[in-house]
Design a protein around this ligand. Structure first.
Ligand code: FAD
Ligand code: NAP
Length: 340
């Protein structure tokens, strides 16, 4: 296992920001990971766990140690009736896992096709799209607990999953290095089509009872038409979380802005489409030179070339201010800024 110094992270973050890690290593085994973490603790190096870099806003200089796991494997560990339990290494790419499970006839992940990044990062914000969330298929994970210095298994009930949220993003940020994840999938298809135009898209193709592969293809098509491919336009997906507001505030906003895009959430709460708010505040397609707002989806901020963290955060602050002024709603940034 090599410990690199002054290692470029420019190709390892989907915003495409120029960044250099003071130290960088890619452990393939758990003992290697433990050895690296011990070295970091002894020397007082801050540690960043890097997956696919698709939910990170990096500074040009990343001090300490950056660890990118390099374990591999997808294993079917149990099958009973229609249920299949698989265990997947943290470094496995998320989208390739979705493809692999579909090929095996194991269903449940298809609505989360094309989400960039790794399996190990997926529980951090309980990734979700088109009405599906990681927690729906999640069984447990194994992790190295840096606080207790031991390998642990955490069941779903121990992860505090919420809307784009988990304990790993909250009180326990940085404590657990996720090493593998178990999922429960089904050999029987149960398409979830209620969300964001998926059923309409399929119906336009004459498909009313889609197979999981058709749902997968539809979602890939819809996403590709609306979202920039990080390989060509640097971005970190949705830049802001969708705000959840009380019903009373929703009622007042809806009266003032009848076209407001919002969805009933938990009882007494509404979720606002942050992209709509930003669009209505006039930002869609905005070009600030090196950074901007994507012209097909205002929720996505982009690196137009040569952009950096400071420029992006300045643009984000301007957007937050104008949305606050127009709608009285606070937008929170979704990707993690590192160093904080
Ligand atoms: P990174 O960005 O590398 O890391 C994210 C966080 O996880 C960091 O805090 C990191 O330290 C931590 N981490 C990474 N690996 C581990 C590990 N093994 N153990 C402990 N901590 C770890 N998200 C959605 O939820 N739904 C979407 O539909 C979606 N669409 C996107 C579309 C685009 C074009 C892009 C660029 C992003 C999108 N995202 C979406 C956001 C992003 O893809 C997810 O958050 C993804 O899970 C991040 O994975 P990653 O491997 O790139 O993590
Ligand atoms: P969209 O389909 O244009 O919808 C806009 C917003 O409305 C979404 O954020 C979605 O909320 C919400 N929504 C749509 N239909 C809904 C329904 N039937 N019930 C409740 N809420 C509904 O969104 P998009 O930007 O193209 O993204 C499509 C999906 O991919 C969304 O689920 C989105 O979360 C996900 N995505 C996430 C990221 C990320 O980085 N986090 C990036 C790209 C796409 P939800 O966000 O709660 O689903």
């Amino acid at each position: 296992m090599t410990l690199f110094e002054n290692y470029s992270l420019t190709g390892l973050n989907t915003l495409g920001f120029e960044a250099t890690a003071e130290r960088f290593s890619r452990p393939k085994t758990l003992p290697q990971l433990i050895e690296l973490l011990a070295l970091a603790d002894t020397n007082g190096w801050p540690v960043l766990l890097l997956g696919g870099g698709s939910n990170l806003i990096l500074s040009a200089w990343v001090p300490g140690l950056v660890i990118q796991l390099a374990n591999s494997g997808i294993e079917c560990v149990a099958q009973q009736g229609e249920q299949v339990i698989i265990e997947v290494a943290a470094a496995q790419g998320w989208h390739s896992l979705v493809e692999y499970t579909l090929e095996q006839g194991w269903f449940g992940l298809e609505n989360m096709a094309l989400i960039p990044g790794t399996v190990g990062a997926a529980p951090i914000q309980n990734i979700g799209a088109y009405g599906a969330e990681l927690k729906d298929c999640f069984v447990s994970l194994t992790a190295w607990d840096r606080e207790q210095q031991q390998r642990v298994t955490l069941e779903r009930s121990q992860c505090d999953f919420g809307y784009r949220w988990s304990r790993f993003k909250g009180e326990d940020a940085g404590r657990f290095v996720i090493w593998s994840v178990r999922f429960a999938l089904s050999t029987t298809a149960a398409p979830e089509l209620s969300y964001g135009g998926v059923a309409d898209y399929l119906a336009r193709q004459g498909i009313n009872e889609p197979a999981p592969q058709q749902v997968f293809s539809a979602i890939c098509d819809i996403r590709s038409s609306k979202l920039p491919d990080p390989a060509t336009v640097g971005n970190a997906g949705s830049f802001f979380e969708n705000p959840i507001i009380p019903q009373s505030q929703y009622g007042a906003l809806k009266a003032k802005f009848p076209a407001l895009v919002a969805f009933a959430d938990q009882p007494g709460l509404y979720k606002l489409a942050a992209g709509w708010l930003i669009d209505q505040a006039g930002w869609k397609g905005y070009n600030a030179g090196s950074v901007g707002v994507y012209d097909k989806q205002a929720l996505v901020l982009v690196n137009l070339g040569g952009g950096d963290r400071e420029q992006l955060l300045t643009l984000a602050a301007d957007i937050q201010q104008s949305v606050r002024d127009k709608f009285g709603v606070a937008l929170q940034i979704e990707p993690r800024q590192y160093p904080a």
